[in-house]
Design a binder for this molecule. Structure first.
Ligand SMILES: *Cc1c(COP(=O)(O)O)cnc(C)c1O
Length: 403
């Protein structure tokens, strides 16, 4: 059936989206899916033949293109080829997968770890394997979409508590049958706001109400903690998190996701989670790149110090220029704009001046809380950051966001 002639709900859905996107493109409000044609060092890219400063990357420690990591990937291709022989459970497991899982377990100070082919899939499969009908799952309202989808897919009773509000979480936990299985799940660092989960209180509640605790460290590994080991190191609360989930696609410049935890948990997931059993193994180059990246983080601690200094400079500088950066404490720096149009106008100006930043608008964030979602990297230099802030300030004055 042809989309153009069909007039059912599917066809209407497709047409509505196409119309919305084409409208944005006509109004010059569409900044997505822009192809980068070249990397220039750790913080610059070429787009449409023009060099731009990268302020929308998740490569917080600037490890994309790191020579040691590139070399590890190249050697893995020479040794194993580009694919695997299928799923991990059957013929797909390579020595490099075992090595990577040991590296992750060690980095997260856990007994064991399991890897999957994306972070998104990791949350889907892990949440829905751990809990099901009759169980309860408690999720922060600002959790990543992959956690939300995992909760929905699980069939467990799905309770969403107000963002980082531990009193709200406690009321919900207290309201749940004592003998029911409970899972509490949250981002460690929130991907749109840059704030940090209140682990001390959350862990205490999980203990009090006998709930399992799962944290998603997509934006905290390599970012939080003196050596970049994440949320438990940040609060000096080793062992507080039962299910330590993370991705291999942000600070770790590869692709994939993982869970670290107790041996029994990992063995269970290896034999019960469907994304492990029914989806092909990580390609060797990506596994080797991820494995090397964890080592680089430990060997080059200056990157974490520099990231912290850069985040400080960026947040303080934007605040001093009159912007609202919300509750951020990390390298994810929202610049609150309010309505979508202001966010688009700010972005357009920034792009013209060579800054690669992106707007986040509804439905990704609540209506009225549209923002630039800028990120700062260890590979930025203080002068670059000053320039970026001056550009954003000039744009902010033009659209009347600051004076
Ligand atoms: C990016 C992200 C994911 C998904 O990870 P991918 O590896 O990109 O699939 C999961 N959780 C959070 C909080 C994220 O930011």
């Amino acid at each position: 059936m042809d989309v153009k002639t069909a007039n059912d709900a599917v066809a209407r859905r497709i047409a509505a989206m196409v119309e919305r996107i084409e409208g944005m493109q006509r109004r010059n409000e569409y900044f997505y899916n822009l192809p980068v044609t070249e990397l220039r060092g750790g913080s610059k890219v070429v787009v449409n033949g023009r060099e731009m400063g990268m302020y929308a990357s998740y490569s917080y420690l600037g490890l994309v293109g790191h020579p040691r990591i590139n070399k590890a990937a190249q050697e893995a291709i020479d040794r194993y080829g580009t694919g695997t022989h299928g799923v991990r459970t059957l013929a797909g497991t390579l020595a490099i997968h075992k090595e990577l899982e040991e590296t992750i377990a060690d980095f997260k100070r856990a007994e064991a770890a399991i890897t999957y082919t994306s972070g998104y899939v990791t949350n889907l499969t892990v949440v829905s394997t751990l809990v099901g009908r009759g169980d309860y799952v408690f999720s922060d309202k600002l959790n990543h979409a992959s956690i939300v989808d995992g909760c929905l897919m699980s069939g467990a009773k799905f309770r969403r508590f107000r963002h980082n509000d531990m009193d709200a979480l406690e009321r919900m936990l207290a309201d749940t049958p004592a003998d029911a299985a409970k899972l509490v799940v949250a981002d460690a660092v929130f991907s749109m706001d840059g704030d940090i989960i209140d682990l001390p209180r959350m862990a205490a509640l999980c203990k009090k109400y006998n709930a399992w605790l799962m944290l998603d460290e997509a934006h905290s590994v390599g970012v939080l903690g003196k050596t970049g080991r994440g949320i438990e190191e940040h609060f000096d609360m080793w062992g507080a998190v039962d299910i330590k989930m993370g991705t291999l696609s942000k600070t770790i410049p590869s692709v994939g996701g993982y869970v670290a935890g107790d041996k029994a948990l990992i063995k269970f997931l290896r034999h019960a989670s469907r994304a492990y059993i029914f989806s092909a193994a990580l390609p060797p180059a990506q596994a080797a790149a991820a494995n090397e990246a964890f080592k680089v983080i430990l060997d080059e601690p200056w990157r974490i110090e520099k990231l912290n200094a850069n985040a400080r400079q960026f947040i303080d500088g934007l605040k001093a220029r009159g912007f609202d950066t919300m509750q951020t404490e990390t390298a994810i720096v929202p610049v609150l704009c309010g309505d979508d149009e202001t966010a688009f106008a700010l972005t357009r100006y920034a792009h013209e001046k060579g800054l690669f930043v992106l707007p986040v608008v509804s439905p990704a964030v609540p209506v009225g809380l549209a923002r630039l979602r800028a990120t700062v990297l260890a590979s930025h230099e203080p002068d670059d950051i000053e320039y970026a802030m001056d550009v954003i300030a000039e744009a902010g004055r033009q659209v009347g966001l600051i004076d």
